[in-house]
Design a protein around this ligand. Structure first.
Ligand code: NDP
Ligand code: ZN
Length: 362
């Protein structure tokens, strides 16, 4: 049996997202069927629809910040009950056997097919995307810009009643992508944290770092965002303010860059203190070369980080519930998704669009 569903998908690199009928398989014994309530709009959705990473399989139905209710479940499901409020992030499966999976780091799965992405999965390298070869044994996955989704129970997260339902969705990607590296690089009370790019991920990075007790500085290109940074308890620096950069030399333990485009890393290296880390989560774009001497002096780290594990995703959801933090969102009907993409690309969204899935019925 199959489930009839509807969603929005892009049919090609420059195509607008349009309604698309699809059929989901009924849940297997270890899967749950979720009626989608809300889905966040991540900049990665735009990169993927526009084939920025060279691996997009069309039609592409994005959405990896999904919140909904369990409406059906397989016979072996024990973690979730019908009616539960649940979430789905960027992954819906992995190999479960490699060293990374056994260590609980499924996002770095070293199995032959890597992890299974919630949409545009399998994560096919560009070559396989071209040949259409399906290594994972599943067809291209369709994400949360739809009214129904079916997911293996251990990749489904619990959403605390303490979280505002519609604002919980972006925690599933923007939240965990900023939480995971902060945890890995030991951000704690008193740490000095810089956040470069104050968009969807930047908003969560500031809130999470503040809740961890860190002092936070926001680097933005946009003067209009300065007041918002202050509202969240951060200092802010507008790009190009050289005096402010000089005053921050040797200041930061950790800087996270959420910028979705190629950008200079060099100006940030002198701002790190001894053993400090500059971690890029944005873009997947090439970065200009940096001055190695500046990295060598002070044993600084320049690194990257990919989303977070399933355990970390649950941790950050619970962390946000406990600290009463949630993304700032703007709720939209799915019919406005193409305009929303334009605003995200121009940096004009405060700070995350969230699709109200009820609009799919209109
Ligand atoms: P947003 O567009 O919401 O935010 C990015 C912010 O970066 C903008 O608001 C803007 O902030 C700044 N910015 C945009 N363009 C430029 C530019 N050319 N130069 C300098 N700054 C710029 O995107 P998201 O927060 O949703 O995602 C950010 C990036 O992170 C994307 O590339 C996305 O694909 C990636 N990502 C990576 C993940 C991972 O696992 N590593 C997971 C999720 C997302 P301001 O106006 O303050 O300058
Ligand atoms: Zn995302």
């Amino acid at each position: 049996m199959t489930i009839k569903a509807i969603g929005y998908a892009a049919s090609g690199k420059h195509a607008k997202l349009k309604p698309m009928q699809l059929e989901r398989q009924d849940p297997l014994p270890n899967e749950v069927q979720i009626a989608v309530l809300y889905c966040g709009v991540c900049h990665s959705d735009i990169h993927q629809c526009e084939n920025d990473w060279g691996n997009t399989v069309y039609p592409c139905m994005p959405g990896h910040e999904v919140v909904g209710r369990v409406v059906n479940k397989g016979s072996l499901v024990t973690k979730h009950a019908i009616g539960d409020l649940v979430g789905v992030g960027c992954m819906i499966d992995s190999c479960h056997e490699c060293a990374r999976c056994l260590a609980g780091d499924e996002q770095y799965c070293e199995g032959p097919n890597s992890w299974l992405a919630t949409y545009n999965g399998p994560m096919k390298p560009a070559k396989q995307a071209k040949t259409g070869e399906n290594m994972y044994g599943r067809d291209n996955t369709f994400g949360g810009y739809s009214d129904q989704i079916v997911v293996r129970e251990d990749f489904v997260l619990k959403i605390s009643a303490a979280l505002p339902i519609e604002a919980a969705a972006p925690i599933l990607c923007a939240g965990v992508t900023t939480y995971s590296p902060m945890k890995h690089w030991g951000v704690k009370a008193g740490s000095k944290v810089g956040v470069v790019g104050f968009g969807g991920l930047g908003d969560m990075a500031v809130k999470i770092a503040r809740a961890m007790g860190a002092q936070v500085t926001v680097f933005t290109r946009d003067k209009d965002k300065v007041a918002e940074a202050h509202r969240l308890g951060a200092k802010s620096v507008v790009e190009g303010d050289t005096k402010a950069y000089e005053a921050l030399e040797g200041h930061f333990d950790f800087i996270i860059s959420t910028v979705p485009e190629e950008h200079e890393v060099d100006p940030f290296i002198p701002l790190l203190r001894h053993d400090g880390a500059f971690v890029a989560v944005g873009a997947l774009a090439p970065m200009p070369r940096w001055n190695h001497m500046n990295v060598i002096m002070g044993r600084k780290t320049i690194a990257g980080s990919l989303i977070g594990s399933i355990a970390e995703t649950q941790e950050v959801l619970d962390f946000c519930a406990e600290h009463r933090i949630a993304p700032d969102i703007q709720l939209i009907p799915i019919q406005e998704i193409n305009e929303a993409y334009k605003y995200v690309k121009s940096g004009d969204v405060r700070f995350r669009y969230v699709i109200d899935a009820a609009s799919l019925a209109e």
